[in-house]
Design a protein around this ligand. Sequence first.
Ligand SMILES: Cc1ncc(COP(=O)(O)O)c(C=O)c1O
Length: 451
Amino acid sequence: MPASRSTAAHKHTEPAANNLEAFWMPFSANRQFKQKPRMFVSAKDMHFMTDDGRKVLDATAGLWCCNIGHGRPKVVEAVSKQIQELDYAPAFQMGHPKVFELASRVATLMPGTLDHIFFTNSGSESVDTALKIALAYHNVNGQGTRTRLIGRERGYHGVGFGGISVGGIPNNRRFFGSMLTGVDHLPHTHNLKENAFTKGQPKWGAHLAEDLERIVALHGAETIAAVIVEPIAGSTGVLMPPKGYLEKLREICTKHGIILIFDEVITAFGRVGNTCTAAEYYNVQPDIITMAKGLTAGTIPMGAVAVDAKIYQAFMKGPGNAIELFHGYTYSGHPVAAAAGLATLDTYREEGLFERTKELAPYWENAVHSLKGLPHVIDIRNTGLIGAIEMESIPGKVTARAFEAFLKGFEKGLLIRTTGDTIALSPPLIISKSQIDEIFSTLSSVIKSLN
Ligand SMILES: Cc1ncc(COP(=O)(O)O)c(C=O)c1O
């Protein structure tokens, strides 16, 4: 390790406010960023403000989380009030009223009998919690041999050891993915030859769910605890589920007693339209749903896991004074996050934002597909207020073209997100039609200018 930077003498000098060195940025090219930083200093409704005074239109709801827009008064007020009233309450063996209220409110938004809510602080924690609940459920249910977890190629389930093991993104798995053994993966559903430029759900690909039967035949159903998939895969390039695919997965899981987990960290809370969850939108009932992001609209970190009543009830036996699940976080159901969650849910309801997604979806669909025919564009995908524009990669430089689009968009006052060479769009649900127009006219000129 080079000694220069971390010598005691260096440590004793007063750090400058503009010293960027100490912060190790997540999922970022640290050296590139620190040479030419991009800083946001404030945000309101649909816009961020940069440190050099420029307004940037948020076409990504931050990182798929600020679904109600930024700086919304109801949430700001609820959070300020809560921190003064009860800043923290121990999460274990103690409670506070707002976390119970939030759990009840979230449960009413979940499909079917997903009536019990476990709180976490992030999507990654929600995924690891869901996987642990699935494993523990089989154990308390007398089926302790069910320890295998099945994910999917190109899946993203956060960065916990559980999540990366079932995840299917090679760079995320490279150094850590094999830490959990007993994991297998379904094939991904992305196929440009069959499905390019499909609006909504592709027709081709439902049969890929049948691969689960192959995995069951290989390992034996009695060894498999759970299957986890994102109903819409986000971080891997925004992939819509082929028609009939999720239904088929449900059918096979039910047949073999396997728990089906939908990772709805990006899709829950109105992203797909009219309903809170993608499960309800696609009318497929999982046994567990993981959430985060839209739960507090990105304001205070919080995640949640919605669990089917039959799973919860399986734990509620034995002596009443016994802890039923040895799992939890110091900040599970944190009072300030719970207050932010309640105010966020109020905002969704009062402003009819889930319905708004449905109303805007056709306009959004036309707008995103209007980019067909532009240079390098090889596919366009959409559902609800989600859009993806896949561009042909520059040979030997995968991600370079999309990253250039990201930088040029930022210069022109537009925040987009890129993954591989796909531009992913997921604006706050409060977006107006004229702001949708603005996104796509800026994007069109950005794409035309790319190398
Ligand atoms: C489907 C999915 N699961 C899990 C996560 C991880 O969430 P977090 O970054 O809050 O840990 C993400 C984040 O984007 C996600 O898209």
